[in-house]
Design a protein around this ligand. Sequence first.
Ligand code: SAH
Ligand code: MG
Length: 196
Amino acid sequence: MKQTIFEMEEYAKEKNVPIIEKESIAYIMKFIKMNNIKNILEIGSAIGYSAILMASSSSDVKVTTIERDEVRYMECLKNVKKCNLEKEINVVFQDALEVNLSGVTYDLIFIDAAKGQYKKFFEKFKYFLSPNGVIITDNLKFHGYVGKKDTIESKNLRGIVDKIENYIEFLRANDEFDTEFIDVGDGISVSSRKTK
Ligand code: SAH
Ligand code: MG
């Protein structure tokens, strides 16, 4: 397992797969343990790095993870198998915005897919959160670009940063959820339902 994790880190570096930063996944793993989280939904598996670490952070943790890219999906399946976590991790090959979930709720929903669609993911998947569940979102600093839009040349990149900034604003102004922004790794947020 340790060796597979190391190999995944090397693969990600080589092939430019944006896996989560060590500091952030360490924070999330601790969060899972401390809050007794059992059922996790992840949007954006890539090669399974964060899913595998979340699934192994505590006993009886189950992860459903969604990936739309076939090469990454296959790589993810392979890695899950290598770690003997087929029973704990369910990998779904589909666009998350088209996935049909029903009747299940999750203690933790981890949003880590297309940065321009964060708000859409949040609005879709909040209905599948258990009463005390949280939504964690990754890459809110977007490699340091958030808050520094004027310095970005690429229009495309500026567009993404714009959307992340809008998402942060959306979380700040949200009537239903309270959000804590945590300055670890590339920046994460933890959103939980407001208590009335
Ligand atoms: N969570 C992973 C990294 C995910 S990178 C880790 O930390 O190890 C983001 C992934 O989301 C990419 O592999 C991309 O293909 C996928 N993705 C982007 N938009 C998606 C969508 N709408 N549905 C499913 N997967 C998506
Ligand atoms: Mg990420």
